[in-house]
Write a protein that binds this ligand. Structure first.
Ligand code: PEP
Length: 254
């Protein structure tokens, strides 16, 4: 049985004071719903602060990115070794990083190997553009992203792997994918994972949907058999909205 995960990606939003306020607004409800795995991914500057605020709670902490090197002359970057004492997860290969910071599947692959070395769990983001969707290339694009990003890894390496299916056209647009449509693509992702690794690894991996998920549509996604949760951007910056998603999630799949 895969535990439902709702992961909040705050992106480059919230000052440390705002992050503290947001956590304090949500925390009582997050504590009350430990049947859902809730993950907060604040900006790097608030990582330590949020780790203190959620101490002794079931809430997990993630980073939005990491460099692949352990340390060195990489001005402005953060390494997995720096995150390992606070975080459990690292989002890697988000489409904004791929598009705005030229991250290739090969770079994502280096990063995945590096975070695994520090016992951090990668959340690998994959997803197609509108043009790729319109031209019927979803399976091809996603399969390539998965195969190249996971190259050289064993099923033991990826135990606990989380994949987020995030169609680029749905991110921050208010135009979410349909539940059935997302379920079909996530089924494809699971089949590709089975082909790369094995059936058990594919069955154990949690695969989230991401792209304009909110309190009004989360139940539609979670009612699909292949969908194990959501990676949530905009809606996670509003405490009431995110808490409402967690409440819906705690009622789903029971
Ligand atoms: C995201 O960027 O991972 C995301 C899902 O954003 P939004 O929910 O705002 O579409």
């Amino acid at each position: 049985m895969r535990k439902i995960m709702l992961a909040a990606n705050w992106k480059m939003n919230t000052t440390p004071n705002e992050a503290q306020e947001l956590v304090n607004q949500m925390l009582p409800d997050l504590r009350a719903h430990s049947e859902v795995e809730v993950l907060l991914c604040p900006p790097f500057i608030s990582t330590m602060l949020v780790s203190e605020l959620i101490k002794n709670s079931p809430v997990k902490l993630g980073a939005q990115n990491a460099h692949y090197a352990d340390k060195g002359a990489f001005t402005g970057e953060i390494s997995p070794s720096m995150l390992a004492c606070m975080c459990q997860y690292v989002i890697l290969g988000h489409s904004e990083r791929r598009r705005l910071f030229s991250e290739s599947n090969q770079i994502v692959n280096h990063k995945i190997k590096s975070v695994i070395k520090y016992n951090l769990c990668p959340i690998l983001c994959v997803g197609e553009s509108l043009e790729e969707n319109d031209s019927g290339r979803v399976e091809d694009v996603i399969s390539t992203q998965l195969r190249q990003s996971l190259e050289g890894l064993s099923s033991a390496d990826v135990a606990g792997l989380v994949v987020a299916y995030e169609p680029i056209w749905a991110i921050g647009t208010g135009r979410a994918a349909g539940g059935a449509q997302a379920n079909t693509t996530i089924g494809i992702i699971r089949r590709v994972l089975a082909a790369i690794f094995d059936e058990n690894t594919a069955a154990a991996a949690r695969i989230l949907y991401g792209g304009s998920a909110n309190g009004a549509n989360i139940t539609e996604f979670l009612s699909q058999p292949e969908i194990d949760g959501a990676l949530v951007g905009g809606a996670s910056l509003n405490a009431a909205e995110f808490v409402s998603m967690i409440k819906h999630a705690s009622n789903a799949k029971t």
